[in-house]
Design a protein around this ligand. Structure first.
Ligand code: BES
Ligand code: MN
Ligand code: ZN
Length: 502
């Protein structure tokens, strides 16, 4: 989809479809009122007849509106004006997108970005309009033999800004929205691919492809023998039971000032998590193809970063493995030595995410990073604690945690912090090794983060548990592309902060 911004009156737009908001109950938005005045109260009359109430989810397509330069007018219900918050705005944009898509219009001018959203400016509204539109129109059709495309698909949306003064901000918001939406789409596509296609080697190829598209992205691949030499016994123990060799994928983006320490993003890339010898139950096991969504979000965020040419230094590290119960698989009770030198008693082979992340986190030390953020579908317990709305956030560095919480709020991709207190650490005590890889039933998300914290003592580190947010279950099953918006927002904020420092 192509997006642009424009200022001007609705009645003057020569377009296939004009999109206007209607508030509950039957109240015209500002743009709708302007249009109404120009077309002899046609809209007011329609509203009076009661064809649309203005509730969120409602829409009404009008043709032959008098004195209008447009072919159609699409009225979109916006709910109560004073209730219009982030979530409602996104619902409104999604409804507009799907409704528009089913009309014959290939192009539209939308005045929904003129709506007032609680404490949000035009930059935010334009960006969210793009993200919500792409979200609503996303389909994963790659693996269907019959493609279902509408005959005349929507190709272009022109978003309104209140006056010419906002055009520049609007254009910047379009660039950001388009880059974030593309990063989200990449993460969704990778997440939705099944484990028999998207295996560690495939993830590596897709990273290399990114490196070809963006010359600012340098890709490096470590094979199992090289990881062996580095002493990554913990990471390698996970792929022992699989026919697929593990890969360590590294993406370098060096566009910051010479002396800038990198931001490192580490993404869990378990392309299928059967649980290993601690085999998972059969129900919903298919969803464990999504266990590489952390890795996918790192690729999506770095793509957006390159697309936006952010003046930053960022390194992406993706440990990619398949967790399977083959004859050579790690067994419960096995003890392995991590790259850090710490020994780990593997009491449950299904707690594999932390086993690959710990070696990747130790590896990140060589970049002398300013901060390290790992992103992982790490614990089912996170869904029990927080549900499927926020990401879980745990960190050993307050300022970094706050930056990520703020980025999530700004990007409407929120995280919620859980405590990483020392009191929980003893749950990882082992009789046979330095630590165990599981910490019992209590506080599973926190003890998983405690495990990782043993490997990040030298780092300013944060961990995003995206087990509840990376994909949707049930009828609308599919990857969400989260937390790409949060990550890109964080990078944008960091770029802005370095710019003001100079
Ligand atoms: N990938 C899973 C976590 C997961 C489970 C995410 C369900 C989303 C939905 C992870 O590797 C795992 O299996 N974790 C175990 C940890 C346990 C063995 C301590 C879990 O959450 O059950
Ligand atoms: Mn697991
Ligand atoms: Zn897993």
């Amino acid at each position: 989809m192509e997006f642009t911004v424009k200022s001007g009156n609705p009645e003057k737009q020569r377009t296939a479809c004009l999109v206007l908001g209607i508030y509950e109950s039957r109240r015209l938005s500002m743009a709708a009122e302007q249009f109404d005045n120009a077309c002899g109260s046609y809209l007011s009359n329609v509203l009076r007849r009661g064809d649309i109430e203005g509730k969120i989810g409602q829409s009404l397509l009008l043709i032959h509106t008098p004195n209008a330069l447009c072919d159609r007018v699409l009225l979109i219900g916006c709910g109560r004006e004073r209730d219009l918050d982030d979530r409602h705005f996104r619902q409104i944009m999604a409804n507009a997108a799907t409704t528009l898509h089913d009309t014959g219009a290939t192009e539209a001018v939308s005045y929904l970005t003129d709506l007032n959203v609680k404490s949000r400016d035009i930059h935010w509204k334009i960006r969210q309009a793009i993200e919500a539109t792409e979200e609503a129109l996303y389909r994963f059709g790659e693996l269907k033999s019959k493609k279902d495309q509408p005959r005349r698909p929507l190709r272009k949306i022109i978003l309104s800004v209140p006056s010419r003064r906002e055009l520049l901000v609007g254009e910047q918001a379009v660039r950001e929205g388009v880059a974030i939406a593309a990063g989200v789409k990449l993460a969704k596509d990778l997440g939705n691919l099944p484990g028999n296609i998207c295996n560690p080697g495939y993830l590596a190829e897709r990273a290399q492809e990114l490196g070809h598209t963006f010359t600012s992205l340098k890709i490096e691949l470590l094979e199992e023998d090289e990881m062996e030499k580095l002493g990554m016994g913990s990471l390698l123990s996970v792929s022992h039971g699989s026919a697929q060799p593990a890969k360590l994928i590294i993406l370098g983006y060096h566009q910051g000032p010479q002396d800038q320490k990198p931001i490192v993003l580490v993404g869990k890339g378990v392309t299928f998590d059967s649980g290993g010898i601690s085999l998972k139950p059969g129900a919903e096991m298919d969803e464990m193809k999504f266990d590489m969504c952390g890795a996918a979000s790192v690729l999506g965020a770095l793509q957006a970063c390159a697309e936006l040419r952010l003046p930053l230094t960022v390194v992406g590290i993706i440990p990619a493995v398949e967790n399977m119960p083959g004859g050579k698989a790690t067994k419960p009770g096995d003890v392995v030595t991590s790259m850090s030198g710490q020994t780990i008693e593997i009491l449950n082979t299904d707690a594999e995410g932390r086993l690959i992340l710990c070696d990747a986190l130790t590896y990140s030390e060589r970049y002398d990073p300013s901060v390290v953020i790992d992103i992982a579908t790490l614990t089912g317990a996170c869904i029990v604690a927080l549900g499927r709305h926020p990401h879980g956030l745990l960190s050993n560095h307050g300022p970094l945690a706050n930056d990520l919480l703020n980025a999530g709020r700004a990007a409407a991709d929120r995280a919620w912090e859980l405590p990483l207190w020392d009191e929980y650490q003893e749950q990882l005590d082992s009789n046979f090794a330095d630590l165990a890889n599981v910490g019992g039933r209590d506080a599973g998300t926190i003890t998983a983060a405690c495990f990782l914290s043993r490997f990040t003592k030298k780092l300013h580190w944060a961990h995003l548990d995206i087990a509840g947010t990376a994909w949707k279950t049930g009828k609308a099953k599919g990857a969400t592309g989260r937390p790409v918006p949060l990550l890109v927002q964080y990078l944008l904020d960091q770029a802005a902060a370095t710019a003001t420092k100079e």
